[in-house]
Design a protein around this ligand. Structure first.
Ligand SMILES: NC(=O)c1ccc[n+]([C@@H]2O[C@H](COP(=O)([O-])OP(=O)(O)OC[C@H]3O[C@@H](n4cnc5c(N)ncnc54)[C@H](O)[C@@H]3O)[C@@H](O)[C@H]2O)c1
Length: 254
């Protein structure tokens, strides 16, 4: 390679939902690519940050932040930039899922899913972009959508999740166009079934059904998403924005 176009060396990457699952694993890979890491999570991710700093020799910090609280998000962005010196990259990944038939979902439950998965993504992305603009910087965002924004999962009902993830993919495209003149790229990844704490606790017969319908005949791992996030956050993809990358073992292909 003429130069290391996939390197994130010296960049500061903010990862939301990084205390476990996809966020935790991808944060480690971003650090391995050279990025300093700051994690926002509802739960204290200090231990994750400490482990990343130790293993990869980068700076790492964690802040307890609820991404559904726009004021808290705004303050946390300022605090994170203060601790880390600056912010460059965002893996906007915190999310929740509700498996419940639509006819049984209460308005509060519906709002909760939309609040975390859509509003939270919006609050963090816009606070991050406001920070970049205020400091005369360009930057780069990857939002976590889902293949559920493209297809409808069965046998479980999860209309709120599916709708929220379709919205994340289109929000990403909208912000990509709006922020192109600012030098801020915005892409999304849409994972298929990935084995994490979120999916691991789902009833076994559903998991078996999912696996039987995936052409790869297995769920993916968080590690199998890391390369895509590094690609989209790095200089390997400088002409790519508004793209939704589906990573699903061919699930949406058939
Ligand atoms: N696991 C899958 O199969 C799969 C597939 C497609 C998309 N996704 C998406 O990937 C992302 C990560 O999923 P995962 O499987 O790692 O889930 P997970 O439940 O293992 O981890 C989610 C993390 O987000 C944090 N979080 C939840 N609500 C929050 C809030 N309000 N503020 C801050 N942090 C909050 C949690 O504390 C947790 O650390 C989610 O957006 C999810 O929808 C997952």
């Amino acid at each position: 390679m003429k130069r290391d176009i996939f390197s994130l060396k010296g960049k500061v990457a903010l990862v939301t939902g990084g205390n476990q699952g996809i966020g935790k694993v991808v944060a480690g890979y971003l650090a391995d690519a050279g990025a300093h890491i700051v994690i926002f999570d509802l739960n204290d991710a200090s231990a994750v940050a400490e482990a990343i700093a130790k293993e990869y020799g980068v700076q790492a910090a964690a802040l307890v932040v609820d991404v559904t609280d726009p004021q808290a998000v705004e303050e946390a962005i300022q605090k994170a930039a203060g601790i880390m010196g600056t912010l460059d990259l965002l893996f906007n990944n915190a999310g929740i899922c509700l498996h419940k038939p639509a006819l049984e979902v209460s308005p509060q439950e519906w709002l909760k899913v939309i609040d975390v998965n859509l509003n939270g993504i919006y609050y963090v992305a816009t606070a991050f972009a406001r920070y970049l603009v205020a400091h005369g910087k360009t930057g780069n965002v990857v939002n976590t959508a889902s293949m559920s924004g493209t297809i409808v999962n069965i046998p479980q009902g999860q209309a709120s999740y599916n709708a929220s993830k379709a919205a994340v993919a289109h929000l990403s495209k909208s912000l990509a166009v709006e922020w192109a003149p600012l030098g801020i790229r915005v892409n999304s990844i849409s994972p298929g079934y990935i084995r994490t704490e979120m999916t691991g606790t789902v009833r076994k017969d559903w998991q078996d059904y999912w696996v039987s319908t995936i052409p790869f005949r297995r769920m993916g791992t968080p590690e199998e998403l890391a390369g895509a996030v590094i690609y989209l956050l790095s200089d390997a993809s400088t002409y790519t924005s508004g793209h939704d990358m589906i990573i699903d073992g061919c699930f949406t292909v058939v």
